[in-house]
Ligand binder design. Sequence first.
Ligand SMILES: Cc1ncc(COP(=O)(O)O)c(C=O)c1O
Length: 418
Amino acid sequence: MYQIGHKNVDELAAEYGTPLFAYDEEVLRDRLSSYVKYFRSEEFRTGVIYASKAFSCKAMIRLLSEYGLYLDVVSAGELYTAYKAGFDMKKVFFHGNNKSLAELELAADLGVGNVVIDNAQEAECLAAVLEEKDKDMHVLLRVNPGIEAHTHKYIVTAHVDSKFGVALAQEDEVIRTIDIIRASGHMVFDGLHSHIGSQIFDRQAYAELAVKLFAFAGKLRDVYGIETDTIDFGGGFAAVYTAADTPIPLEEVCSTIICTSAEENRKLGGLIRNLYIEPGRSVVAEAGYTLYTAGCIKKTPNRHYVFVDGGMSDNIRPALYQAEYDLFAAGKEDLPKTETYTVAGKCCESGDILIDSIALPKIETGDILVMKTTGAYGYAMSSRYNKLPGPAVVFVKDGTAREVVRRQTYDDIIALED
Ligand SMILES: Cc1ncc(COP(=O)(O)O)c(C=O)c1O
């Protein structure tokens, strides 16, 4: 029987019900410590910022604290989760393209250390908030270097018309935004941030990014007299969803960024002192599994459906951008894969298909189906569509599971209703 954290998957399903998000805690811990180990340099002070949008709950945030990571939040909700988990607010980077006034005020009140500014209007707004509250923050500016990493078009984020950040091609706007930041007595302008996409397999994209960002930091100093000392390369490092995925090994992606940065920094006489990366998916994706119970099984003229007790409400990614996953039937791992199934969810949408076509042994109602690599953007993007209760989340280690998010009850679902 397949095990997660040394516990049989059928036992997890029996104890916690399905659908269930189960994380192998050792894998999570290994990823966190590996990132910290590999993203290290003699020349730079380095930091790994976990992008909590990939998967956020208090237990996850507490793990980050254990391993000394920083944290990326993009909303007051993510920020509040970190605060309640006791995370050091000075190590938070507050992102997002449309932070509201209330969110900026909360960030200032909680003592958030860093904000990644998206646009000039936001810079003005934050300046006013900090002035009024007499608080200070470190600031990076999110820029679009115009690099398109090879990834799905919906998750490429650094093209010039992206909704995120300011395009380097709009140099006047970049300078105007930095001027607003520098004119505030409460913002310390540290440098540049960029995030060029997700599920990136091409190490060259990060090397190109480093070349562009260092060159621009040099230009800021030499042409505009603006000093910076920090570059944040964003995230986007790939995970293995199916056998077709071959991500750049973690050591290599880290060393590509650090070595290219060192080379470029030499040209600038050592201008930059701090480097950050912001992995999300690659930290949590492969540690996570979704356990479903097979329900009805039916044949249509061209398909053999197996229906599961979740679907787009716990994993929107296949419907949203045709994300592909692997899945197996617990206890039937070694049986010949004689059937071809479409694995569909129970939501009222024809597009609620988790896997379009997969070879599996004969599936029977009641089988536990285990979908792999669902640790990122699964629970995080889940919805209450059709009022399906939010699944429980467990961390499993040394054969013991602990529920870090309990399953929603029907009363939870209507708790906010009049
Ligand atoms: C600014 C920023 N940083 C980091 C990430 C994390 O990306 P990934 O989960 O692909 O590593 C994202 C994802 O959207 C992002 O927008």
